[in-house]
Design a protein around this ligand. Structure first.
Ligand code: PRP
Ligand code: MN
Ligand code: MG
Length: 177
């Protein structure tokens, strides 16, 4: 599809939102001896690296790949765990980091799986939230920016795998014929 991009959230706005998220997370986990931050690949890779560099204390990282969108702009609803975590999360304080929560299918599936592994605590931080699109109820404790129902790319978010590397978040505008 021919399209253009229009900046929706600038790099400066992203940094401001990250500072706020990190402040809340640092406050909430100040008493724990170690925090395991779990990034869901691939979308979370950029926010994960920016967020963890703002976190205090003993922070560990792990990754999991869950995919539902494939090459399309619509979630298929069929969420696959393509790659699991490297280590056990039993009795660990776990914070799952996502680039965006849309229908909630990805996070609800991942959360159910992680919960069954008996972590000490489990919470979610998602940089973007599209609340109007939610199909499954999921509690997201830390949100960077809530956005309307627009297809967005950049800062980890892709359109057919492209644009993840953009340092800002942009709206995809279909070109007129
Ligand atoms: C995207 C995004 C979230 C998920 C949100 O991932 O990164 O993980 O969809 O949608 P949902 O709330 O409707 O489940 P995608 O499956 O495209 O994989 P990717 O992270 O590799 O881009
Ligand atoms: Mn994703
Ligand atoms: Mg994707």
């Amino acid at each position: 599809m021919k399209h253009t991009l229009e900046v929706m959230i600038s790099e400066a706005e992203i940094n401001q939102a990250l500072d706020k998220m990190a402040e809340q997370i640092n406050r909430d986990y100040a008493g724990v001896d170690s925090l395991l931050v779990v990034g869901l690949l691939k979308g979370s890779v950029i926010v994960m690296s920016d967020l963890v560099r703002r976190l205090d204390g003993n922070v560990h990282l792990d990754f999991m790949t869950a995919s539902s969108y494939g090459e399309s702009t619509e979630s298929s609803g069929d969420v696959k765990i393509v790659m699991d975590l490297a280590r056990s999360i039993k009795n660990r304080h776990v914070l799952v980091v996502e680039d965006i929560i849309d229908t909630g299918r990805t996070l609800s599936k991942v959360l159910a799986l992680l919960k069954s592994r008996e972590p000490a605590s489990l919470a979610i931080a998602s940089f973007l939230d599209k609340p109007s699109r939610r199909l499954v109820d999921v509690e997201v404790k830390y949100v960077g920016v809530a956005i309307p129902d627009e297809f967005v790319v950049g800062y980890g978010l892709d359109y057919a795998e492209a644009y993840r590397q953009l340092p800002y978040i942009a709206k995809v505008i279909p070109a007129e014929e």
